[in-house]
Write a protein that binds this ligand. Structure first.
Ligand code: COA
Ligand code: MG
Length: 301
């Protein structure tokens, strides 16, 4: 299936608590590919209304084509959801992150509620794109159905802290055990449905080495990016999801060898002992395209 989302560079998704005016204002200026302005777990229940106002005000004031601006709503069964949807449609966000999506019906319900709110507000129906958080055992098992539930959906985000809680496990990194299995499953589900897979946050903001290792692992698993919670995590994660200069040079050499083989009428080629064949070439071309995207983004950021 053709991916729906190759236009977007989505290496880093930075959260900012919706009730924290300073972090909210700083978040879009820190070079993340996407910001997630949060109405859910980082905002106390009695500050949800204030957070909605702050987010709406911020998004009105700062149109920015280089950063994808997303709002994380409260879950569909929470008492805050209806007001969150109103806020989401009134604010000029690019899309929404929906937490605690356990099955495809939940996402279809969100889709319907958004469509009704868009109609009421005179906005184009389907204008808001969606990202679903996979953060329970049920959600992991339903991930493929969730990924195909609505054409608004552009990505699955792993919520590993809630998943750990659901599994009866203590908070920790995402690189091991059942959570690691869930990461594999999420990537397979997202890719099978043609949407993006986005890895979990890394909880320890001081541990840059641990973060780097987990991000490199995630990039090697097929994730397109990773959620981050602190500005210091952005460069580390961005680097892990961007082709290095050496990798770009290697891709260029592979393509040269391939073109030479083709010109000589050979269907396969060998470079440094590695067999080159069409899927290898397609991946090398993708690496070069990602490097070009990253350069364009750096130039315009
Ligand atoms: N977005 C924007 N700016 C942020 C930020 C974020 N997520 N996290 C920190 N900053 C800013 C701080 O405001 C500070 O800038 P300032 O000195 O100009 O005010 C600077 O970066 C350094 O911050 P630091 O002092 O190291 O962190 P902190 O103690 O203020 O905050 C956290 C630490 C973890 C509370 C904070 O990073 C945070 O709120 N993260 C997001 C949490 C969240 O949204 N969770 C929900 C989803 S998992
Ligand atoms: Mg969560």
């Amino acid at each position: 299936m053709t991916p729906r989302t190759t236009r977007h560079l989505r290496r880093t998704f930075l959260y900012a608590p919706g009730s924290d005016a300073r972090k909210l204002a700083k978040a879009p200026t820190l070079g993340a590919d996407a910001v997630i302005l949060d109405l859910e777990d980082s905002v106390a229940p009695d500050r949800k209304a204030e957070a909605r106002e702050r987010i709406t005000g911020l998004l009105r004031g700062h149109p920015d084509p280089t950063t994808e601006r997303l709002i994380r709503l409260n879950g569909v069964t929470s008492p805050h959801f209806a007001a969150d949807v109103e806020c989401a449609v009134a604010a000029t966000a690019d899309g929404l992150v929906i937490p605690k999506v356990d099955d495809a019906d939940t996402l279809r319900e969100v889709d319907g509620r958004l469509a009704a709110a868009e109609r009421d507000a005179g906005r184009p129906i389907g204008g808001l794109r969606l990202f679903a958080m996979i953060e329970s055992a049920r959600a992991v098992l339903n991930a493929y159905a969730i990924a195909g539930a609505t054409s608004r959906l552009q990505g699955l985000l792993l919520g590993h802290v809630d998943l750990l809680r659901d599994l009866g496990l203590t908070p920790g990194p995402a690189g091991r055990g059942t959570v690691h299995h869930a990461r594999c499953q999420l990537v397979l589900a997202a890719r099978a449905a043609g949407v993006d897979a986005v890895d979990a946050i890394y909880l320890d903001i001081r541990d840059q080495e641990g973060l780097r290792a987990e991000a490199v692992q995630a990039a090697g698993m097929g994730f397109i990016g990773k959620q981050v919670i602190h500005p210091g995590q952005i460069p580390v994660v961005r680097a892990a999801f961007s082709p290095s200069e050496e990798r770009v040079e290697r891709a260029e050499r592979v393509l040269e060898a391939w073109q030479k083989a083709r010109a000589e009428g050979r269907g396969v080629a060998v470079l440094d002992g590695m067999l080159l064949e069409p899927p290898v070439i397609a991946m090398e071309q993708l690496i070069l395209e990602r490097a070009r995207q990253a350069r364009r983004h750096a130039g315009s950021g």
